[in-house]
Design a protein around this ligand. Structure first.
Ligand code: UN1
Length: 512
């Protein structure tokens, strides 16, 4: 194990880089003068403060978004695309600044923080193109002299509730498409990541000004779960797009359903990968280690369950352990670090709890799981990613623990592997490592992986924005980002146009 104890910056140093980035982006200093603390997981200490919006301010934001929607929906979609395009330019100009904030607030290593901003830029590109492609179908009418078509219209106000682990990219997935679709946006970011939120919202405000978009098309709410709950309950919010835990989804989904609002849920993942005997183990190893230990196991798409053919399990596990030994754990500001801190003490507790449960259920920790650097940084939680050999049936592997734990199970037949794979309640991402085309196709088929994302010879994390992102079962069923996810942000109308001069009724009905 390597650590970088000496290289962990002081809280004052982090606060200073954060201040510089916020200043360079042009965040209003008044919003940084308030009652809410922002801590950095790098030291676990307070690096900045932000304002906290009152109930009245939240109400007025929703009211303004509702009012502005009436104007924004009439702006031609390609013109709406020009706003998003300008935002993308500003995000590109400030890529380093935003990445600095993401690293400070989330603890992501620089390369991953830059990748997250790149993900914003990528979805903006997609959305700009989409602004000229909000296609509806035409269908042959059964009646002569009739035309049947569908059109897509703006939906309304979109409420975005985002999680700490992708504090800006997931906002951009939703916002870029929602704005192009003609919707207005109200955003409640995670409590831990208000600075990153302020940065990208400030740049969106500048883009809106630069292109002459109406005031009030987007609102950042500096609030906590009570503010988020207001969005969930408010019938003016046409779509609630929420990323977070299964428990959060279980709380909010019935409330939204009761008012017939639309929900886009991206909840827990408990992602598995099957490694077949034919797999290229060098390639599989890299895919597994990035997906399981990268981002300190704090992606929705992180790899948590490895289902390995029994003939190669010992070899693969020992290679994973060897690779884990080389991972530098420490400050994400250090360029050689690969594993940064957990977000807070609760994550550490959850990780320890899961490891204890795993042991009680017959698991064997073959590597990691211990806290490091605790003497110097009592408030920060750096852990060694853990590898645990598990019996194939145990309760703990059915839970998502948002920390770097990789449970390893073995199988003998592909049917068995797929059964183990699909036995968990979550269904976000999945993978198979194999060079046998039959196995790969079986995994991708209707009787294969039951997840929203199913990969071959790639880990479970790090999806591109071009595909739809989301999952089944307790993951919530939502799809965001690419493909035809844009349709969630719009309402569909079916039009029948009669140019026959007569009035034949459908299905041959005679009347009058
Ligand atoms: C998330 O963790 O909520 O596929 C999003 C990935 C990233 C997005 C993750 N592109 O890992």
């Amino acid at each position: 194990m390597s650590t970088f104890t000496a290289s962990i910056p002081t809280t004052a140093e982090i606060a200073e880089t954060v201040r510089k980035s916020l200043h360079s982006i042009g965040v209003d200093p008044q919003l940084l003068d308030g009652s809410r603390e922002t801590k950095s997981p790098i030291t676990g200490e307070v690096i900045a403060h932000t304002k906290f919006h009152t109930d009245d301010e939240i109400e007025s934001a929703v009211a303004q978004a509702t009012e502005t929607f009436k104007t924004w929906r009439t702006v031609p979609a390609p013109v709406r695309g020009a706003l998003v395009k300008r935002w993308g330019q500003l995000l590109t100009d400030h890529k380093e600044d935003i990445a600095t904030l993401v690293t400070a607030e989330v603890g992501k290593i620089h390369s991953e923080a830059l990748g997250e901003v790149q993900e914003m830029i990528d979805i903006v590109d997609l959305a700009v193109g989409q602004s000229r492609q909000l296609y509806g179908k035409t269908m042959p009418s059964e009646r002569p002299g009739h035309r049947l078509a569908e059109t897509w219209h703006p939906l309304g106000v979109v409420g975005i509730i985002s999680a700490f682990n992708f504090p800006v990219a997931v906002f951009a997935w939703n916002t870029a498409l929602a704005l192009v679709a003609g919707d207005t946006v109200v955003w409640k970011p995670a409590d831990a990541t208000r600075l990153s939120a302020l940065a990208v919202d400030t740049l969106l405000a500048r883009a809106a000004k630069d292109v002459g978009a109406p005031d009030g098309i987007h609102h950042l709410l500096l609030t906590d779960r009570t503010g988020g709950q207001k969005l969930v309950e408010d019938p003016r919010i046409a779509l609630v797009s929420a990323t977070g835990s299964v428990r959060m989804g279980q709380e909010i989904a019935p409330v939204i359903a009761k008012r017939f609002g639309r929900a886009l849920l991206e909840l827990g993942g408990n992602n598995g990968a099957i490694v077949a005997p034919s797999a290229d183990l060098d390639l599989a190893l890299r895919g597994i280690v990035f997906a399981a230990a990268g981002t300190a196991g704090q992606r929705c798409t992180s790899l948590r369950r490895l289902i390995v053919h029994s003939s190669i399990a010992d070899t693969l596990v020992s290679r994973i352990v060897d690779a884990y030994r080389t991972l530098n754990i420490g400050s994400p500001t250090h360029e050689e670090t690969l594993v940064g801190p957990l977000i807070n003490a609760n994550s550490f507790k959850a990780q320890q709890g899961a490891l204890n449960q795993a042991k009680e259920e017959g698991g064997k920790i073959v590597y990691g799981g211990e806290r490091v650097l605790a003497d110097d940084q009592p408030e920060a939680y750096y852990v060694q990613p853990a590898v645990v050999r598990m019996p194939s049936q145990s309760a703990v592997v059915h839970d998502e623990t948002f920390a770097p734990i990789l449970y390893v199970m073995t199988y003998d037949t592909l049917d068995e592997a797929i059964e183990i794979h699909n036995s968990v309640p979550q269904g976000l991402s999945s993978a198979i490592f194999t060079q046998d085309n039959t196995e790969a196709e079986r995994f991708l088929s209707a009787s294969g992986s039951d997840c929203g994302i199913a990969n071959v010879n790639i880990g479970t994390s790090g999806a591109e924005i071009g595909g739809a992102f989301g999952g089944e079962k307790e993951t919530g069923g939502g799809r965001e980002s690419g493909s035809d996810s844009w349709k969630v942000y719009m309402r569909q109308a079916t039009n029948t146009i009669n140019f026959s001069g007569k009035l034949p009724l459908a299905q041959g009905v005679k009347f009058l």
